[in-house]
Design a protein around this ligand. Sequence first.
Ligand SMILES: Nc1ncnc2c1ncn2[C@@H]1O[C@H](COP(=O)(O)OP(=O)(O)OP(=O)(O)O)[C@@H](O)[C@H]1O
Ligand SMILES: [Mg+2]
Length: 498
Amino acid sequence: MSGARAGEALSADVAPGARPVVLLVDDDPDMLRLLSMRLGAAGYRVSTAASAEEALARVAMERPQLVLSDVQLPGKDGLALFDQIRAKHPSLPVILLTAHGTIPDAVEATARGVYTYLTKPFDGKALLETIAQALALSAPAGPPRRDADAWREEIISRSTRMAELLAEARLVAASDASVMIRGESGSGKELFARAIHRASPRAARPFVAVNCAAIPENLLESELFGHVKGAFTGAVNANRGLFQAANGGSLFLDEVGDMPLPLQVKLLRVLEERVVRPVGATQSIPVDVRIMSATHRDLDQAMAEGQFREDLYYRLNVVSLALPALAERREDIPLLATHFLARLAKKYGKPAKGFAPDAMKVLAAAAWPGNVRQLHNVVEQVSALSTTAIIPLALVQRALRIPGGEVMTYAEARQRFERDYLVGLLKMTDGQVADAARLADRNRTEFYRLLQKHGLVPGQFRAEPPVAGSPGAGSSVAGSSVAGSSVAGSSVADQRQP
Ligand SMILES: Nc1ncnc2c1ncn2[C@@H]1O[C@H](COP(=O)(O)OP(=O)(O)OP(=O)(O)O)[C@@H](O)[C@H]1O
Ligand SMILES: [Mg+2]
């Protein structure tokens, strides 16, 4: 996130009059002035206090959305101030400022609930970013939306590209034009379709979604257009079908690219004539349905290969909306992550309130091939596993399967590989050194030396129950595979779990 974005977030999300109040606490008047100017320029309302006592009074009176306090204060210090704020206002984020070199145990402090530490002298940009992030946490519900925006309230976004798409969606919603929504898996296509329906004059009528890829080919026709009683074996009752179910409303054809060709012909006819004929029926029934569709397939290619009808394509694709992948709108990541976390915490009664700043950085930088759905899954996982109010970096790394800590040196990586490899061989050969050495294509003396180097005792890999607490016994690394690089791969996967 850049500082500019922090400002953008304000102008995009905070209505005038609802600008967040930041309480600055420092006994140095110059510092207070400087910070006030910075934050004022970024659009915040600022309140100041010169001591912890004054700060507590201001918190009670002014209800700030964030406190930014120096650690060194006359009398009660910043940490004591934090503890008192915490007791009464557990969701009010507190950022502490410390002089260079006097940084207290930041891990301990964030575990206690301090949002983060910034070291003086600090970078103005980083300060604004941190504040914007912390504020997103303190008000997870966001500003109250105007009713006019209710149609899109489930779509959480602050990116400009999405704002443009939403504006387009709002425009097309008014018409009956067919909309095709493209985008990677999990990028929010169905959510968008629902939003368009809600913004449309059809909002009071049904929105029906059907996944064309999930229904067996022989059932899809009756599923869509209905059937009469006895139309085919198993048709014990008549079924009016999804087109009629959506009458007056919208029908969302998901994965329309997977629709079999014969059915494409029938669908085209329905769209042109605005009538459906249930399977086995002799009469057609008029339907009034707005069609939206989505597909993960490249329809141009499908058309070129004769797998998708061009005439149907033009019917469905009157308006085309292309949702950007999450990685193309990274500014949405902190917003979405915080939103999901708040929702899950509420649902499961978890203490989770936000992400540690380094954890959020990792989220914001991840690849997200599964887009928003994947982000939601990751947040669900960390929220389920977290025991603290602030989600730590390690949990996020684990959920994203990123090896924790620093990058290993080559020597360390080689050491680890070697040890895992040896453990794997010993397990495989039941601790028989001669066999293990043969598999490794090493002579026994050499092999023993290697075992010694890694403190491995072959006896511990024999079938008899191992001695409790022995070093090799509990090691699960490289348990299943020995060949090639998969040993190193799987062992790294095991060891990255904190
Ligand atoms: N901008 C967003 N704000 C909040 N939630 C979102 C957003 N985008 C997607 N989601 C959520 O992510 C999940 C996936 O979204 P959706 O089902 O709309 O994606 P999709 O593009 O249809 O995916 P697929 O191609 O796999 O069908 C849903 O739970 C949805 O609510
Ligand atoms: Mg979908």
